[in-house]
Design a protein around this ligand. Structure first.
Ligand SMILES: [Zn+2]
Ligand SMILES: [Zn+2]
Ligand SMILES: [Zn+2]
Ligand SMILES: [Zn+2]
Length: 277
């Protein structure tokens, strides 16, 4: 405790009472880290990262003759709008690789037996698992842009030093709602636990963490959602975003609902303790 308070005073910082306990660890590290290491959420059984996406100009550079892999059907207009949140209900089919299309926007990219295809990225991690995930060049750029304004340093987000927990965090229903000027954003990772809140794979992540919504592959009653006649979507998981950080430091700050609530509860506890002392 003493040591922590010591280096906080060296930094000249006096964090909100709700955040003080976060500094009571030897090496504080919160958040999702570098965007290049963020999970892309292609599948839940393993983690694919940006470095796993390999650029190719021909289908046979990516998949040898005879390779068979499971690929999801092309995303519908609705699923494209969801930026991957609807993946869980997209039907996977196993087949030889005749053609390649973007799993994000559905664009047809190349045929195995015809010349003149476009450049595309395939996921080597998915391929190792007998699955396929492909992106067009534009959607790959979009994937890189998701890290825009996110803190990726080694210590902790300036929010924890400068912002007040209760007055700066606003509950958001969706990304558009939080960042009107950045319609290309389709991913939120929590700046506390590092978990995926919104984006490809968010659903299963949320289910694993005890749930702040998202799109489960089974609904609460355990019913399979793969029946196309019964499709239902929970558009986006809610999260909390700081209203100050983008203006003050140019950084986004986001918390998943469980992390936000945990901090609020322990903060209130500390406050009560201080007033009774
Ligand atoms: Zn695309
Ligand atoms: Zn993958
Ligand atoms: Zn902030
Ligand atoms: Zn969290």
């Amino acid at each position: 405790m003493e040591k922590t308070q010591g280096w906080l005073s060296i930094l000249g910082a006096n964090p909100d009472v709700f955040y003080k306990h976060l500094f009571d660890v030897e090496t504080p590290k919160y958040g999702a880290g570098r965007p290049s290491s963020w999970p892309l959420g292609h599948e839940m059984e393993y983690e694919c990262r940006l470095g796993d996406m390999i650029l190719c100009s021909k289908v046979r550079e990516a998949y040898e003759v005879g390779f068979r892999g499971k690929k999801r059907d092309k995303p519908t207009a609705m699923e494209q709008l969801l930026g991957g949140t609807g993946d869980a209900v997209r039907v996977r089919r196993i087949a030889k690789v005749e053609q390649v299309s973007c799993d994000n926007c559905g664009l047809h990219l190349a045929d195995a037996d015809k010349p003149g295809g476009r450049f595309f990225y395939y996921c080597r991690q998915c391929k190792r698992s007998g699955r396929r995930f492909e992106l067009c060049v534009a959607c790959h750029v979009l994937e890189i842009l998701q890290g825009e304004g996110k803190y990726s340093g080694n210590s902790f987000h300036p929010h924890y030093l400068k912002c007040q927990h209760r007055s700066t965090l606003i509950r958001r229903q969706s990304l558009e709602n939080a960042y009107l000027d950045s319609p290309h954003l389709h991913r939120v990772l929590c700046d506390m636990c590092g978990g995926v809140v919104v984006g490809r794979g968010a659903s299963d992540q949320c289910a694993k963490d005890g749930g702040s919504g998202g799109l489960p592959s089974k609904n609460r009653k355990g019913q399979e959602l793969n029946d196309p006649h019964k499709k239902f979507y929970i558009l986006a998981s809610e999260f909390y975003a700081c209203a100050h950080c983008p203006e003050q430091t140019g950084l986004r700050f986001e918390l998943c609902v469980p992390c936000h609530n945990r901090i609020s509860e322990s903060g209130r506890g500390i406050q009560q303790l201080e007033t009774t002392l």
